[in-house]
Design a protein around this ligand. Structure first.
Ligand code: ADP
Ligand code: MG
Length: 315
């Protein structure tokens, strides 16, 4: 399939999209043009999925690869409290020997989750490359007063996370050992469940002082918050909501802290804790913001060494 045929194929597939009213110039020109909703800031993110790091062509379904490319970007927008309509720009790097059917199934997955969230596909690019990869840029909208960042955590704030942690780390480790990850772990790694509704709730009600999505590991991402906020943190090791089947194996930090959880981690001052009632079932308290330092303690008061656990890019 040639580049222009593939673009035409994508343009057709996405020709009748929900919420596309703000897309003044769709796929087909040199640039897209989007009308911003009045009074909102545009928040924009870009995430790449690379074979062997973020997915496996052997073990992931093609659809899941496409769906994950959408979801990792939704997760970034969730952490900022961004509302839709979300717009996406999609870049494929495709090797010459890649099967057309495989690319089409990946596009099916992208379309499925563009309908789910929903996201309007506004444009993109196609290039050839030795290895297959997908790159998505995505934007959403936030009122200036609602912007949720990494930098507002204060000593005394309570630290929460959404969902379960650790499945993707163990899947990735098994994969890197040359094995097919166990099914329950592979499922977590292949298809994250980002939490835009929680990010929007926290931003809208001005509950959280800081928020981040966990892509590089719970310990490392919390330290992104503490560093940006100029504070420290104490984590209760036994409170971390590790995926139940994994928890039975008594995991070490290394077995849960490598990232790709795509859950939200956020901080809330004690005075606003009661506002969390509507989402109480979706979140877990894991620790406190303190003045400085970073420590992880177990229930017996023993220090757990976790500060350096996390995904390190390039090196
Ligand atoms: P240019 O060469 O001027 O960059 P292209 O020929 O690459 O333009 O793209 C033509 C149109 O198709 C543009 O509107 C672009 O946004 C869109 N497009 C290209 N690749 C993709 C893709 N993977 N997904 C969605 N739209 C795409
Ligand atoms: Mg051009």
């Amino acid at each position: 399939m040639k580049e222009f045929e593939l673009i035409e194929y994508i343009a057709q597939k996405f020709s009748r999209q929900k919420n596309a009213g703000g897309l003044i110039l769709p796929i087909g020109d040199d640039c897209s043009a989007v009308r911003p909703p009045k009074g909102f800031l545009q928040v924009t993110t870009a995430d790449s999925l690379v074979e062997g790091n973020h997915f496996s062509l052997e073990y992931f379904s093609k659809k899941d690869i496409g769906r994950k490319a959408v979801r990792v970007n939704i997760s970034d927008l969730a952490s900022m409290g961004a509302i839709g309509p979300y717009y996406a720009w999609l870049t494929f790097a495709i090797p010459g020997d890649m099967k057309e059917a495989a690319v089409k199934r990946i596009i099916d997955g992208i379309r499925q989750d563009c309908l789910k969230y929903p996201v309007v596909l506004a444009g993109g690019n196609i290039t050839s490359a030795r290895e297959f990869s997908i790159h998505v840029t995505m934007s959403g909208w936030v009122k200036k007063t609602n912007l949720l960042t990494r930098s507002g955590a204060k000593p005394g704030d309570v630290i929460f996370v959404t969902g379960n942690i650790g499945g993707p780390t163990m899947a990735y480790k098994q994969f890197k050992q040359g094995k097919k990850p166990e099914d329950f772990l592979l499922k977590c790694w292949a298809l994250p469940h980002p939490k835009p509704e929680i990010g929007i709730f926290l931003a809208d009600k001005k509950i959280a002082t800081s928020c981040i999505d966990i892509s590089d590991g719970i310990f490392q991402d919390l330290q992104h918050v503490t560093l940006k906020s100029g504070v420290g943190a104490v984590i209760q090791w036994d409170r971390i909501p590790v995926l139940p089947k994994l928890k039975k194996r008594n995991p070490t930090p290394d077995m849960i802290g490598f990232g790709e959880d795509y859950e939200l981690l956020f901080t809330v001052p004690p005075s606003r804790l009661k506002l969390l009632a509507p989402i109480a079932g979706d979140i877990t308290e894991i620790g406190r913001i303190v003045k400085k330092g970073f420590s992880v303690m177990d229930d017996l008061g023993k220090r757990i060494d976790a500060a350096n656990v996390g995904y390190h890019h390039f090196i």
